[in-house]
Design a protein around this ligand. Structure first.
Ligand code: UGA
Length: 449
């Protein structure tokens, strides 16, 4: 599409304002666009419209409030308000299906159903649908077939790589922009509109890659699967360290100095969780099965199994420290979120371990700096404490399972005064072992002597 045909000011929609969509909507408004966020969840729309974030994400509250106050960012549940939108971003959830490992695409299809009459009423005015959700390879081509008869409407797949805890920074300063298009030799409209959306980022020379749909979809799931592989790899090595006396932090440090390997995502511990890595590796296994390449993805089942095994490993370690049984023992769990700087407890390794111990009769007390309400909402019978001191009080065993700064910075001497028995499992290799041992603690770190 020639530059002269790209509207001088763009109106965007973001359909689905969960974690990804809400951040994307506010960030696009920050880039100067008029943005309408749409969701079927009225309570969420009400909160966002008042500038209130429904989740904990550093920097997001200010970004949201600033752009709601400026009038550039509004929220609605009503599709008819999207009539003047030039670019619709699809940021709907694609959760794991109840009946298997694959992704549930029903939210995306419903959104497209609801959007169809709006797109038709544009009467040929250039409009783009840009998918941001993580989808199985082949999805964009299928969705494209659904919209191709509507005059003036194009589809691109524009995967998102943001990390929770760094979502604002990752959206406004991404490593790369990927545009997946139906036909790379005839994608002027898709490229023209997306370049106009991301003009400010392109000025910063953030690399922008135009691929076909399938490559763009695979970039996203491959990235997450590779990251998951790195974590399970170092966790497998960590188990070998435990039986040989090697230190996994030393191994990770030295292999990470090889820039073909790199130092990141080699932190051994209780493994990965959250709404993305576990779901995406299972989605890839499932899709590979449908496409007849399942044998080459057997390793990803092992990556998943190693990761789940870490949770059992900690439960066994807890039993060993408590002379064979956790029944009736008071266990303090520090951290419930799947990682620090988020209140997201989806597939949280910390919470999973806490629940396993609870089901074996332990008196588990769990605390988290920001995720307590989410834990209470999901597990009303669970003992959730707001104060770290009260969590630690009289504990027979302490488990550090999410490496929040306040737990890494705990003073072992003060903590020792509170507990019944000074023993701790460092599930994230986050503590300075010498300091804790000097203060009289028995410390079990995963993969460290
Ligand atoms: C992940 C990807 O990192 C993002 O690039 C991607 O955009 C996102 O999924 C997504 O698909 O939307 P996120 O789920 O926010 O982001 O979390 P990560 O930072 O990747 O961490 C995932 C898990 O791995 C956490 O439980 C973390 O504690 C664990 N982890 C991470 C380790 O156990 N060891 C490490 O060395 C690093």
């Amino acid at each position: 599409m020639p530059d002269s045909l790209v509207p001088a000011s763009l109106t965007l929609s973001v359909i689905g304002v969960g974690y990804l969509g809400a951040v994307h909507a506010a960030a696009m408004a920050e880039l100067g666009h008029r943005v309408i966020g749409l969701d079927v969840d009225q309570a969420r729309i009400d909160a966002l419209s008042e500038g209130q974030s429904p989740f904990h994400e550093p920097g997001f509250d200010e970004l949201l409030r600033r752009n709601v106050d400026s009038g550039r960012l509004t929220f609605t549940t009503d599709y008819t308000e999207l009539a003047d939108v030039d670019v619709h971003f699809l940021a709907l959830g694609t959760p794991q299906r109840d009946d298997g490992l694959g992704a549930d695409l029903s939210y995306i299809h419903s959104a497209l159903d609801a959007l169809t009459s709006i797109l038709e009423a544009r009467n040929g005015k250039p409009t783009l649908i840009a998918g941001k959700s993580t989808v199985p390879v082949g999805t964009a081509r299928e969705l494209h077939a659904r919209i191709t008869s509507i005059d003036g409407v194009a589809l691109a797949w524009n995967p998102e790589f943001l990390r929770e805890g760094f979502a604002v920074e990752d959206t406004l300063r991404p490593d790369r922009l990927v545009y997946g298009v139906a036909d790379q030799s005839a994608a002027d409209q898709e490229i023209g509109l997306l370049d106009a959306v991301y003009a400010e980022l392109l000025d910063l020379e953030i690399p922008r890659k135009v691929y076909n749909f399938e490559s763009a979809e695979l970039v996203k799931v491959s990235a997450n699967s590779f990251l998951a592989t790195k974590i399970s790899f170092i966790n497998a090595i960590s188990e070998l360290c435990d039986v040989t006396g090697a230190d996994v932090n030393d191994v990770a440090e030295a292999i990470g100095m090889d820039d073909r390997i790199g130092p990141k995502f080699l932190r051994a511990g209780i493994g990965f969780g959250g709404g993305c890595l576990p779901k995406d590796i299972r989605g890839l296994i499932s899709r590979a099965g449908e496409l007849g390449t399942v044998d080459s993805f057997a390793f990803l089942r092992d990556i998943d199994a190693i990761n789940q095994g870490r949770r059992e490993y900690v439960v066994r370690l807890a039993k060993r420290l408590l002379e064979g049984s956790v029944d009736g023992k008071r266990i303090a769990v520090l951290g419930a979120a799947f990682k620090p700087d988020t209140d997201d407890v989806r597939d949280s390794p910390a919470l999973d371990i806490a629940l396993k111990l609870y089901s074996e009769g332990a008196r588990v007390i769990i605390t988290d700096p920001v995720a307590n309400e989410n834990v209470r909402g999901r597990y009303p019978s669970f003992h959730v404490e707001d104060s770290t001191e009260e969590t630690l009080r009289d504990a027979d065993l302490v488990l550090l399972l999410t490496e929040w700064k306040q737990y890494r910075d705990l003073d072992p001497r003060t903590a020792k005064e509170l507990v019944s028995k000074a023993q701790i499992i460092d599930g994230r290799n986050a503590l300075d072992l010498d300091t804790w041992r000097d203060a009289g603690w028995q410390v079990e770190a995963l993969g460290r002597p």
